[in-house]
Design a binder for this molecule. Structure first.
Ligand code: PGA
Length: 249
């Protein structure tokens, strides 16, 4: 039985004090969720929030880590530093990192390896942009993203990977993929994992949907057989909305 998950991605939102307030509310409200609950916070929140939610149902993720081990890389935050805060997860490959910070397959491959080597679990994001969807190229895009950065991993390493399919045209736009569109590509992705690691591993792989997933459409998306949960941006910033999505899982 694969893990079901609802993960928040706060992106570059909330001061430390606001983040602590939100984490505190989630910790108090989310007692016996039906799924793994993760919040992805900015680096500076990690240590405080991880300490705050320790022992609760809420786990913490970084939204990024460096592609280098350590040393003279001013302003970067290593996977070892992330792990030392008590965070358990690291979100990597988000489309905003790919688009605005030029993270290519090779950089992401290094980040994934460093995150895993430091004991972090990885939520690895893939997904096509609008033009690619219009040209019906979404399948080849996600395949190339997987082959470029994560399909070299051993089966043992793969067990620490959660995938998040996030069509870029749906992120922050209010345009959600239909459950049919999402299910179709999730099944395709699971098929790729099966070809690479075998059916059992594919069955055990958690694949999240992300892109304008909210408290209104979550239940319908999560009802699809290959959608194991969600990676939530905007709606994860408001406790009531995020909690409603968790309840829908
Ligand atoms: P959104 O973001 O829910 O605000 O569309 C999702 C994401 O980028 O992970």
């Amino acid at each position: 039985m694969r893990t079901r998950m609802v993960a928040g991605n706060w992106k570059m939102n909330k001061t430390l004090q606001e983040g602590v307030e939100l984490a505190n509310q989630l910790k108090n409200d989310v007692k016996n969720p039906n799924c793994e609950v993760v919040i992805g916070t900015p680096f500076i929140h990690l240590a405080t929030v991880a300490e705050l939610v320790k022992g609760s149902a809420v786990k913490v993720a970084a939204e990024n880590c460096a592609d280098k081990d350590k040393g003279a890389y001013t302003g970067e935050v290593s996977a070892a530093m992330v792990a030392s805060t008590g965070a358990e997860y690291c979100i990597l490959g988000h489309s905003e990192r790919r688009a605005y910070y030029h993270e290519d397959y090779e950089i992401l491959k290094n980040k994934v390896e460093l995150a895993l080597a430091n004991g972090l679990k990885v939520i690895f994001c893939i997904g096509e942009v609008k033009e690619e969807r219009l040209e019906n190229k979404q399948n080849e895009v996600v395949k190339a993203q997987l082959e470029g950065s994560v399909f070299h991993l051993s089966a043992e390493q793969w067990a620490q990977i959660t995938l998040a399919y996030e069509p870029v045209w749906a992120i922050g736009t209010g345009l959600t993929a239909t459950p049919e569109q999402a299910q179709e590509i999730h099944a395709f992705i699971r098929g790729l994992v099966a070809e690479k690691y075998g059916k059992q591993v594919a069955d055990d792989t958690t694949i999240l949907y992300g892109g304008s997933c909210n408290e209104k459409n979550a239940a319908e998306l999560f009802a699809c057989p290959d959608i194991d949960g969600g990676l939530i941006g905007g709606a994860s910033l408001i406790a009531e909305k995020f909690e409603a999505i968790i309840a829908a899982r």
